[in-house]
Design a protein around this ligand. Structure first.
Ligand code: GLY
Ligand code: MN
Ligand code: MN
Length: 447
């Protein structure tokens, strides 16, 4: 198994030049459309907590990460000019409070004209002299960091770049595969800790240890939910004590490699056979949806098809009665499955561009009644997305069905049975192929 997550990984290095070529073409087009000659991409800077001098965890600009795998390089800039080697203004500040980035090293260095600076004041000397011909891309909340560039994040250029990021380069795919492998190793450790009766907090620690991430390095806060907690979609409390009886376990946790994320969910039963049977049924439904992923499919239709399949599962499990269309129209399926089928995945866990109709920036709305769907595009080759159907006992949503035509379609006694288990979600990361798909998550577990 290739588990070299470092920037010395020769397999990634071999793909990097081609990735830079793709970025170059994308930026050439974006600059041309924006009527500009240079893109100046700012890495970002740590935020300071309100009324405090404490630095919040640094979140780099995803545009910067798409060029260079340096997630801990604040106050730095890439200057891209068509036809020239990109300049990386690499900030190594004189700072004895924080760790200062080391000397540039890794497979990425050969693609850049690297200029080391020791203070933001030294950046200006490396920028194109005519700032009117520049656009800046990044979160620039201090005018001094824009260096007199007036056009910051112009929509024309940014829309082109965001739309293009939907389909991944071979370098990005290789990085995402590694992120899936890293995540899978954490999931295996977490399942063992669950079977050992450990608390949510201890399971989380087992996960972090296996993926070798601090909390801050995780792509999103781990959802480690025992029993009823599985019904809280973004449960991140981490109980310090194990429950008296660990009946069920829902874990939604990812990992990252060079700033690219995985986003994986698994659900387990300890010993209840009926709940295990429902997990198995949800898993086969999820695999059925995955098998429908291919280029040309409208993701909105996949989401609606999932609701229809879920209706059949609800009937089989005696959670509901009625035909699929009725269960969809009356809102029964949405009460049990109130989030979207999935989203684009890449540098951001919910990667940009999920609603984009084209590179001009126009968007496609989610289907009416499904406001939480985050991906409304027609699938294209090499997009990477998640498929994550769920089924939960969420009291607030189910109670809303009382007094509506949906009420008589819900089998309330079975809801009572389900409640102590929380819910089920199964989430894989899937690459779109022309007439097929690659399941990064299943492949990673198989390793
Ligand atoms: N982990 C957040 C999500 O699945 O979208
Ligand atoms: Mn997830
Ligand atoms: Mn997800």
């Amino acid at each position: 198994m290739n588990s070299d997550y470092t920037d010395k990984n020769p397999a990634l290095g071999a793909l990097y030049a081609e990735h830079i070529e793709a970025l170059t073409a994308r930026h050439d087009h974006a600059l041309e459309q924006a009527g500009a000659s240079h893109a100046v991409i700012y890495s970002g800077n740590p935020k300071i907590a309100f009324l405090d001098d404490y630095q919040m965890p640094f979140k780099p600009n995803p545009h910067f990460i798409s060029w260079v795998p340096l997630a801990r390089l604040p106050f730095s800039y890439i200057v891209y000019t068509p036809g020239e080697t990109p300049i990386l203004i690499y900030c190594q500040p004189h700072d004895y409070w924080h760790v200062v980035p080391g000397a540039p090293d890794g497979f990425w260095t050969s693609e850049f004209d690297i200029r080391i600076v020791h203070s933001v004041d030294d950046v200006a000397a490396h920028l194109p002299a005519d700032r009117q011909k520049c656009i800046a891309i990044g979160e620039i909340d201090d005018d001094a960091l824009a260096f007199d560039i007036e056009r910051v994040n112009p929509t024309t250029a940014v829309s082109i770049l965001h739309y293009a990021r939907g389909a991944k380069t071979q370098y990005e795919l290789a990085t995402l595969r590694l992120a899936s492998q890293r995540g899978a190793s954490g999931h295996i450790a977490a399942e063992a800790a669950f079977r050992n009766g450990e608390s949510e907090f201890e399971i989380h620690r087992a996960y972090c240890k296996a993926v070798s991430h601090t909390d801050q390095e995780l792509p999103y806060g781990n959802i480690v939910a025992l029993n009823e907690h599985g019904a809280v979609l973004h449960y991140t409390d981490l109980d310090r004590r194990p429950p008296a009886d660990s009946r069920s376990f829902l874990i939604d946790a990812g990992a990252q490699v060079h700033g690219y994320a995985s986003d994986i969910t698994r659900t387990y039963a300890s010993s209840d056979e009926r709940f295990q049977a429902l997990i198995d049924r949800m898993e086969s439904m999820q695999q059925d949806i995955v098998s429908q992923v291919r280029a040309g499919v409208d993701y909105r239709e996949l989401h609606i098809a999932t609701h229809k399949m879920l209706a059949a599962v609800l009937v089989e499990a005696e959670l509901a009665t009625g035909n699929p269309d009725t269960l969809l129209e009356t809102g029964v399926t949405s009460a049990f499955f109130p989030h979207g089928l999935g989203h684009l995945l890449g540098i951001q866990v919910h990667d940009v561009g999920g609603f984009m109709e084209g590179e001009s920036g126009t968007t496609v709305d989610p289907p009416s009644g499904h406001p939480f769907l985050r991906l409304t595009r027609v699938l294209d080759e090499n997009m990477v997305l998640t498929i994550e159907p769920g089924l939960y006992a969420i009291d607030m949503l189910l109670e809303n069905l009382r007094g509506t035509p949906a009420e008589s379609h819900v089998n309330w006694a079975t809801v009572e049975w389900l409640r102590p288990f929380g819910g089920i979600r199964i989430e894989d990361n899937v690459r779109v192929l022309v007439n097929d798909r690659e399941n990064l998550t299943r492949d990673a577990f198989a390793l």
